[in-house]
Structures are given as structure tokens and as C-alpha cells.
Design a binder for this molecule. Structure first.
Ligand code: ADP
Length: 997
């Protein structure tokens, strides 16, 4: 977790139930030099922690390897932790002689790493404390019991020992991580990570309990081991000493007994025979009977031949008194040294031949050897001594002679004469400064230290005395002591474990109790400002610890003060927000206004630009326009300087615009003309407006031209007269044409007069023949009636009568009717023509006409027609005009008459008369909803005798002709606008009466 390898680790802060905890995720580590170095160091430390594992007691070693391994798990994750565990535990194969320890030692980092990554447990010690009971201890049990077949006690002891060592190491690792936080960050310069207080307290409490208890346990274990060893060695020593003493005493006693025989033999002389011999034999027999240790007693001569002996006969009853012992080693020594000899093991001669030892005493006379007294001693004697000498029944005492043959032994496996070999299948190592050795069985494949120690024994071999090469070997097996030690270790291990478990539970509980108020406090104070704003924090924790309680109290007071301040701030804030909101609104409004203004300004700018462009194009257009104008055009400022002109003006003067612009008339024209022009200009400036004046001007052709100056002032932007624009119309041609026209007009008038006269005369003169035709037609009609009457009285055939009657009553009257009609028509036409011609000659009497009274009179005169037609005539307020009253009456009478005549049968007629004033004159409108006039016929109706519906209504087709003639003569105009079938509007424009200012 964390660390140099984990540079891109994410430290995520999760809030669980209000508790803030750091959750660090493993990520793919970053292999920096530092981190790789740290990992290598940890792996190596793990190995050497096991390599230099100090021996504790009874074959136990304190394996420190799991400390760096657990650190590797914590820092580099389960994968590298497992690798470190593998390397570290590999040494245990050599150390313990079996590979099984690797299993539980490798499972430890796997389990701890897995638990760290999967659970919420962040405490490596707690993880390890779970590992041992759940997995570690059961694994040890399985391997020790079912694979290595170790005794139950040994198994339990080992299980507990590894457990204790494991959790002690985990605690050390946890403490290192807690107090050396830079270790977990591999020495990177990082912000110091905070350590949870419960972890600090928990680790500390555990350390206070675990370390002393483990130390005490180790010391106690070592002490117990030493005590037991000392005790064991002491008992060996004791057994040995007792055995030595007893054996020596026995030998001395036997020698003493034998020395009596020796003295007796000295007195009797060994060579004696006969009675003396009998005495000797008797003494031997007596001695043998009185002292049961001896199997056989005999006295020999200087040559080694026995001369007295008991038993004296073998099992066959043959005398065995005389036997040759000269070949015996003890005799040779005795003969040579003249000293008492205790032989090595031998098989006695005589009956029965059994293994034994011989004690021989020299029989000396004046320093020379006479013979010897000897006794073979039963080995049982020594067996008894050895049996009794045992302090501990487990001690195996063996009396060995100088050649290494067993004389006697408490070990049932050893019989007399067996060759004694101490630690035959093992290695002897000296245990103390004394001569006690430990015999360890030789290492065989997969033989754990346990089994070797179990099969080991302690051996003390002590020489008997100077006169003999015998020795006593005391051997005791280690197994019983090992069992005792195991029991003791199990007791202390259980105590330590119980203590640790108790400490664990107590620490957890204390930590919880101590830190719960703090945690609660931290929960309560998390986002305190925010919470204070939204809720009233009441759930303050309580603690029995005065300082914490004080701290909580301080927080409570502080939060109350904060809450009050917050409320004030909130209030102020709200006010501020309101003000800000208002201000924002104002600013927004102002902004919008500004935006609008900007938009408007932009629009204005755009418009200005557009207008400028327009203006430019307009100016260009105007320049082009005035250039294209055929008449000379110029413009001047108030000072009379030419500001510009058109091409026609240039051509007219025969100079370029550049030569004209900025000049005045004095520069361009002869003085008399210039004076005249300037004068009229000045008049115009005095009375701004339009000026039209005729003058003469010399053009570039050098000819004087009659011209008309059309001038008009123009204004600047302030409305002040800024100059004038003038155009010159060359009227030389027109003047000529006008003169011609005037001439023609005079001619025309004359002709017209003549024509009117002709028309008048014709129409007037044509009437008399017409009257004649009329009169004679009536006469003819009367004649026909007379003829019919006459015919009635005349005799004629019926056919003729019928024919004549038909002619007289039908054909002629019918013809007469046509003639009369045509004559009447002709008469009408002639009177019309007469009227027309009279009109041309009638004088016009202009006057201001009150049109309202004129129309009132007309309507009154037509009341009958109006009523008959069922028409409604509406006459609005009409403005006056300047005209001839009689002729105007004729016009409007005709228009109203037409409206009634040409009404629509589909709707009641409505006629409206209105007027509207214009600067040019006054316009009257006679409007009806009659049949209307087709658009293509609207020009025809003004022609003489033109009628659109000649057979439907009466009329001559002269009314409108006359009306137009009158209007023309009055200086006005008349026209029609109509929509067929809907309406018809006749407009009459007449001059307005002159109104003086
Ligand atoms: P007249 O009325 O005697 O026929 P006018 O000269 O007065 O002669 O009219 C010429 C023709 O114009 C008429 O025959 C008629 O067809 C048409 N006309 C004149 N006034 C109207 C009107 N108000 N509605 C429809 N047609 C009209």
C-alpha cells in the first residue's frame, strides 16, 4: 500500500457512516529505483531474519523473517509479499530439515495480503492475529501430526510457538509501519500521512503486553530449559558418582576379603602341601561361603597354577583345584607389578564358565612374588550396584572394563561382555565444561530437529580408579526431559497467547472506547459549517476521558458560537444576495439597454453606412443623371460660385468642368450678361424658391440663344439656403415653334369658328326640311286614315281591298312611324349639334361657385326621376370652385341623369356626390352603384354620339361630350373610373376660387 512503487496510487476518501477513512487502492506499482531497492532489502531481510534466527529453547528458533515479509505485503502487495515469504522461508528447509514450514510461512503473507486487499481491516497485526488460529496453527498441526509424526506435546508446543512468534512479528511490522510512515512510502518526499489514533493506541497497548510477555516467556523457557538440563546433568552426575563410589567400595571390600586369604597364604606358604594345603583349601572354601560376591576363589603359585580353589570340582565332579592361569592377563600384570590387579571382563574357567572379572592379590614374601590370591566376581554384583546407584530410573548405567566390554549395565539391551559403544549412531557434543556429552542422532533425510532432539541422550563417562581401567557410563535419554520442557513451554506459551488474546480484546475494546467519542466527534464535526447551517447538531458524544470530554465540550461551545455566527453570516449573505440580485437585475436591465443601444447604434451605423453608400451612389446617380440630361445644368453656392455642372453645361460653354467649378458668372460671361445673371440670382437668394426667367445666352457656337433659366434654391441640413440649382433650356427652337403654333392657333380658331358656323347653319337649316318631313308625314298619316275611310265606301274586290287596306293601315303607317322616329332622332341630333356649336360660341362667366346650392337645385329638379327610380342621393359638403355656374349645372345634371339612367336593376340606386381639395384644384366625384362601364369603353363614352347601350335607354350620346367640352373650357378635367356591374365614379376637377393671402 502506498509507497514508492505505488506512485499513481489513488488515495480515495470515502465517507462511510460519517466516518472519514483513507482507502488506498493497489495499482500497478511504479518501479522506481528506490522502490525496487526497498523490495530487494525486504526480501533479503526476510531471508536473513530466518537465517540468523536465534535459537530459543528445545529446538525452537525465533524466525524474524516474517517481519520484512509482512512489510513487503503491506507495501508492495500480496504478490511481492508472497515472493518475499518464499525466499525468506526457504532457509527453514536447512534449518529444520523439512520443507513444511515453508507452507505456513508462505501462507501467512498470502492470507494477510488477501485480507488487507479484500476487507476493511487496515491493521496488519489484526490480519495476522486472524491468520494463525484460522490457517497457520491448523497447518502446523496437520504437518506435525500427520506428516512428521511428532508427539502431540511437541506438536502443540510448536504450534503455539509459531503462533506467538508470528503475531509478535506482525506486531513489530505494524509498529514499524505506524511509527515509520516513510517506510510505506519508500522514502519518497511525500506529505506525512496521518495515522488513525485507534491504530496508534491499539498497537501501543499490544506492544506493551506482547513484547514483555514474549520476552518473559523466552527467558522463562530458557530458564526452564537450563533448570531441567542442570537437573538432568546433576542427576547423571549423581548417579555416576554413586555408582563409582559403590563400585569402588565393592572392589575394595572384595580386595580386603581377598587380602585376608592373601595373608593366610603368606603364612602357609604357597608351596606347602599336605596339611598346609588343606588349610588353604579350607580357608578358600570358608571365604567363598562367607562372601557371596565371589563366584570362585583360588590361590595360585608363582607360575600361575592354582593350588587351592573353590569350587574345587566341576559339574562332572572332577577336581579343578589345579588349573593354569598363567595365560591370564591379570596374572601377567600381577607377576610384573607385584600389585593387586582387577582384571577386565573374561570368561571364568571352571564350573560354570561365566563372564566375570577377577581380582588378584600378590602373595609376596620379602618382596618376591610367591603366588597370588584371586577371586572371580559375579557381574550381578555390579549390576546391583548400578541399579541402586541410579538417581533416576531413566538413567542407564553401564560399567565398562578397560577394553570397552560391558561388565554390567542397567540397560537391558546390554549383556556382560558386549562391546560398549556410547553414541554409536550419533554425534557427541560436549554439553558443559564437565565431561557430559550430548549424543545427537545423525541427520538423516527429512528428520526434523524435533525428532533428533527427541532421540538424543546425555552421557557421562567416569573412570573408576587408578588400579583399574574400568569406567562407568551414565546415559539418560532426552525425550523425557523434552516432554517435561514441552509441558512447561506449552503452559507458558498458552499463558502468553491467552495474555495476548486478552490484550487484543482489551486493546480493541479500550481503543474503541477511547477513540469512539473522538470518532463520533470527528463525524459530528465533519462538514460542521454546512451541518450547522442546516441542522442543530445535538448528538455530541460523551467521554470518560476528561481531556476528550473537555475537547468535546469545547467543540460544542465552538459550534454554538459558529452556528450563531453562521446564522448572522447567512442573514448578511441573504441580504447581500438580495442586493446582488437586485443589482444584477439592474445591471442586466442596464446591460440590455446598452445592448439595445449598441444594436441601435450599430443599426444606425449600418444605416449611416448604407445611407452614405446610398448618398455616394445617389450623388453618382445624380451626376450621371444630370450628365445624361440634354439641358445644361449647374449649381452654385450663395456666393455665386459654380459648384458643379453637367456635361451639357460644359458643352454649352465649351470649357471643362474643372474650369467652371469655383468660378462666378463674372469669370465666364461678358459683363452685361454677367450682371443680369447675377442680379436674377441675388433675387432668387432673397426670395428662395423657384425662379423661371427668360434670357439670352452666348453658347460656344458664338450665336446668341434664347434660353429659359429654371432655377431653384436648395437648402443645407439646417434648412438654410445654401445655393441654387439651375437648368438652361434652349428655347430658340421652341420660340420658333411657338410662333408657328400661335399662327396655327389663330388659323384653327378661325377654322373652328367657321366650322361651328357651318354646324350651326347646317343644324339650323336642316331643321326646316326636317320640320317639313315631320309635317308631311303627319299629313300622310292622316291621308291614309282618310283613305281607309274612303275605301270603306268604295266597291272593289276583296283582295284589292285587303291589299289597299293593308297598305294604308299597316305599311304606310309603319313607314311613317319609322320616318317620324328618324326625324325625331335627327331632330335630337341636330339640336345636340346645335347645342355643341353654341357651346363653343357661348361666353364663359367665371365666378366662385357654391357647389352645394348648385347640387341642391339639381337634385330638387330631378326629384321626380329620383323618386321613380327609388334612388338615394347623398350630397356631401362640397367645396367651391371657380367656374361658370350654368355650365357647371349642365355637367352635374348630366352626370346625375346618367347615374339614374344607368342604374342596376339588381339593387337600389345610391348616388353620392363628394369633393376633395388639392393644390391644383378641387375634385368632385359623382359616384353610383349602377351597371358600370367596361374598362375598354371608358375612353369611348366621351366621343360624340357614343352610347354603350343605345337600345335600352333614351339618349343622344352627347351628354358626356358636352361635359368634357365645358370642363375643358373651364380649365379643368373630367374622367371616369368604373368597375363593370359594381360602380361608376366620375371625377371632375375644376380650378379653385382665388383666395387672397
Ligand atoms: P346619353 O346619356 O345621352 O346616351 P351620354 O354622353 O350622356 O349620352 O353618355 C354616353 C354613354 O355613356 C351612355 O350612352 C352610357 O352608355 C354611358 N354612361 C354615361 N353615364 C353612365 C353611368 N353613370 N353609368 C353607366 N353608363 C353610363
Amino acid at each position: 500500500m502506498g509507497g514508492a512503487l505505488l506512485k499513481d496510487n489513488v488515495v480515495e476518501v470515502r465517507v462511510l457512516m460519517g466516518e472519514v477513512r483513507l482507502v488506498e487502492h493497489w495499482r500497478r506499482p511504479a518501479y522506481t529505483v528506490k522502490s525496487v531497492l526497498l523490495l530487494a532489502i525486504l526480501v533479503a531481510a526476510g531471508f536473513f531474519g530466518n537465517y540468523f534466527a536465534p535459537g530459543l529453547f528445545t529446538g525452537f528458533n525465533f524466525l524474524f523473517g516474517s517481519i520484512p515479509v509482512l512489510l513487503a505485503v503491506h507495501i508492495f502487495g500480496v504478490r511481492w509479499g508472497f515472493v518475499a515469504g518464499l525466499v525468506a522461508s526457504s532457509w527453514t528447509i536447512v534449518l529444520f530439515g523439512h520443507p513444511y514450514a515453508m507452507v505456513w510461512l508462505c501462507c501467512e503473507p498470502l492470507f494477510v495480503g488477501w485480507l488487507l486487499s479484500k476487507s476493511r481491516l487496515r491493521n496488519i497485526f489484526l490480519c495476522d492475529a486472524l491468520y494463525w488460529p484460522l490457517l497457520g496453527a491448523p497447518l502446523i498441526w496437520i504437518f506435525f501430526q500427520y506428516v512428521m509424526h511428532v508427539s502431540i506435546l511437541g506438536t502443540i508446543a510448536a504450534m503455539l510457538m509459531y503462533w506467538v512468534i508470528g503475531i509478535t512479528n506482525a506486531l513489530i511490522a505494524s509498529l514499524l509501519l505506524t511509527y515509520l510512515p516513510r517506510l510505506s512510502t519508500a522514502g519518497e518526499q511525500e506529505t506525512q500521512r496521518s495515522i488513525p489514533i485507534h491504530l496508534l493506541i491499539f498497537n501501543l497497548l499490544m506492544a506493551i503486553v506482547v513484547f514483555p510477555s514474549v520476552i518473559v516467556m523466552i527467558l522463562n523457557g530458557k530458564d526452564a530449559e537450563q533448570r531441567h538440563l542442570d537437573e538432568m546433568l546433576g542427576s547423571i552426575d549423581d548417579s555416576s558418582r554413586i555408582a563409582l563410589y559403590e563400585t569402588k567400595l565393592k572392589l575394595q571390600k572384595q580386595q580386603a576379603v581377598l587380602s585376608e586369604l592373601m595373608h593366610l597364604s603368606e603364612q602357609l606358604e604357597v608351596k606347602a602341601s599336605g596339611e598346609q594345603f588343606n588349610h588353604l583349601q579350607m580357608a578358600v572354601e570358608l571365604l567363598q561361603k562367607s562372601y557371596a560376591d565371589f563366584q570362585a576363589i583360588y590361590v595360585g603359585d608363582v607360575n600361575g597354577n592354582s593350588i587351592a580353589r573353590f569350587p574345587s570340582r566341576d559339574k562332572h565332579g572332577r577336581s579343578i583345584i589345579r588349573m593354569d592361569y598363567s595365560d591370564r592377563e591379570y596374572f601377567k600384570v600381577l607377576k610384573e607389578t607385584h600389585s593387586p590387579v582387577i582384571s577386565n571382563m573374561l570368561v571364568t574357567r571352571g564350573a560354570p564358565a561365566i563372564p566375570g572379572v577377577v581380582i588378584a592379590m600378590p602373595i609376596l614374601s620379602n618382596g618376591s612374588l610367591q603366588g597370588y590370591a584371586a577371586a572371580s566376581v559375579k557381574t550381578d554384583v555390579f549390576s546391583d550396584i548400578l541399579m541402586k546407584a541410579r538417581i533416576n530410573p531413566q538413567h542407564l548405567l553401564t560399567l565398562v572394563d578397560g577394553t570397552g566390554k560391558v561388565i554390567a549395565s542397567t540397560n537391558n539391551a546390554l549383556a556382560p561382555l558386549d562391546t560398549f559403544a556410547s553414541c554409536a549412531k550419533g554425534t557427541m557434543t560436549r554439553v558443559t565444561s564437565g565431561s557430559i556429552y550430548r549424543c545427537m542422532p545423525n541427520q538423516t533425510a527429512l528428520m526434523p530437529l524435533w525428532q533428533r532432539a527427541q532421540k538424543s541422550s546425555y552421557i557421562l563417562t567416569s573412570p573408576l580408579a587408578n588400579e583399574t581401567s574400568w569406567s562407568i557410563s551414565v546415559e539418560t535419554p532426552f525425550a523425557p526431559y523434552q516432554r517435561l520442557l514441552f509441558k512447561e513451554h506449552i503452559k507458558s506459551l498458552l499463558t502468553v497467547l491467552s495474555l495476548n488474546m486478552l490484550a487484543l480484546v482489551t486493546s480493541l475494546s479500550i481503543t474503541r472506547r477511547l477513540t469512539a467519542p473522538l470518532r463520533r466527534l470527528s463525524q459530528v464535526t465533519t462538514d460542521l459549517p454546512d451541518r450547522l447551517l442546516h441542522e442543530n447538531v445535538k448528538a455530541w458524544p460523551k467521554s470518560r476521558v476528561t481531556e476528550i470530554d473537555q475537547l468535546i465540550d469545547n467543540f460544542r461551545v465552538m459550534s454554538a458560537a459558529l452556528r450563531q455566527k453562521f446564522q448572522e453570516i447567512t442573514q448578511v449573505n441573504e441580504n447581500l444576495e438580495l442586493r446582488v440580485e437586485e443589482r444584477t437585475k439592474e445591471i442586466t436591465l442596464a446591460n440590455e439597454e446598452l445592448q439595445r443601444e449598441i444594436a441601435e447604434r450599430k443599426l444606425t451605423e449600418r444605416q449611416r453606412d448604407y445611407l452614405t453608400d446610398e448618398l455616394v451612389s445617389h450623388v453618382q446617380f445624380l451626376q450621371t443623371l444630370i450628365n445624361t440630361m440634354p439641358n445644361p445644368v449647374y449649381y452654385k453656392d450663395l456666393a455665386g460660385r459654380y459648384q458643379g455642372c453637367n456635361r451639357a453645361f460644359e458643352e454649352c460653354l465649351g470649357i471643362s468642368r474643372l474650369e467652371i467649378v469655383g468660378k462666378s458668372v463674372n469669370d465666364l460671361f461678358p459683363p452685361t450678361m454677367a450682371w443680369e445673371y447675377d442680379k436674377s440670382d441675388q433675387e432668387l437668394f432673397k426670395r428662395p424658391g423657384v425662379q423661371v426667367c427668360e434670357s439670352q445666352m452666348h453658347f460656344a457656337d458664338g450665336q446668341p440663344h434664347a434660353v429659359i433659366f429654371y432655377k431653384a434654391t436648395y437648402q443645407d441640413i439646417q434648412g438654410q439656403t445654401a445655393g441654387l440649382v439651375g437648368t438652361i433650356v434652349d428655347i430658340s427652337e421652341r420660340k420658333k415653334a411657338e410662333t408657328e403654333r400661335d399662327h396655327l392657333m389663330v388659323e384653327l380658331k378661325q377654322k373652328n369658328k367657321e366650322l361651328e358656323g357651318i354646324v350651326y347653319v347646317a343644324s339650323h337649316d336642316l331643321r326646316s326640311p326636317l320640320v317639313n318631313v315631320q309635317g308631311f308625314s303627319r299629313k300622310l298619316g292622316k291621308s291614309c286614315s282618310d283613305l281607309i275611310k274612303i275605301m270603306a265606301d268604295l266597291e272593289m274586290d276583296e283582295a284589292t281591298r285587303a291589299m289597299v287596306e293593308s297598305i294604308a293601315s299597316e305599311n304606310i303607317p309603319k313607314a311613317l312611324k319609322y320616318i317620324t322616329g328618324s326625324v325625331e332622332k335627327m331632330d335630337g341630333l341636330l339640336s345636340g349639334l346645335l347645342r355643341l356649336s353654341r357651346l363653343g360660341r357661348a361666353a364663359i362667366c367665371f365666378d366662385t361657385i357654391d357647389m352645394n346650392s348648385i347640387l341642391a337645385k339639381i337634385v330638387a329638379s330631378m326629384a321626380y326621376q329620383i323618386e321613380t327610380a327609388g334612388a338615394r342621393v347623398e350630397v356631401g359638403q362640397l367645396g367651391p370652385c371657380l367656374a361658370d355656374g350654368e355650365q357647371v349645372t349642365q355637367i352635374f345634371s348630366n352626370l346625375l341623369d346618367n347615374a339614374i339612367k344607368y342604374r342596376s336593376p339588381e339593387r337600389p340606386l345610391f348616388v353620392k356626390v363628394s369633393s376633395e381639395e388639392f393644390p391644383e384644384g378641387i375634385r368632385y366625384c359623382v359616384e353610383d352603384n349602377g351597371i358600370g362601364i367596361p374598362r375598354d369603353q371608358q375612353d369611348k363614352i366621351w366621343e360624340v354620339f357614343q352610347r354603350l347601350n343605345p337600345y335600352e335607354t333614351q339618349g343622344e350620346g352627347l351628354g358626356l361630350t358636352l361635359a368634357r367640352r365645358i370642363v375643358d373650357r373651364l380649365g379643368g378635367s373630367i374622367w371616369v373610373e368604373s368597375e363593370i356591374g359594381i360602380e361608376c365614379r366620375f371625377y371632375v376637377v375644376l380650378p379653385k376660387p382665388y383666395v387672397p393671402d
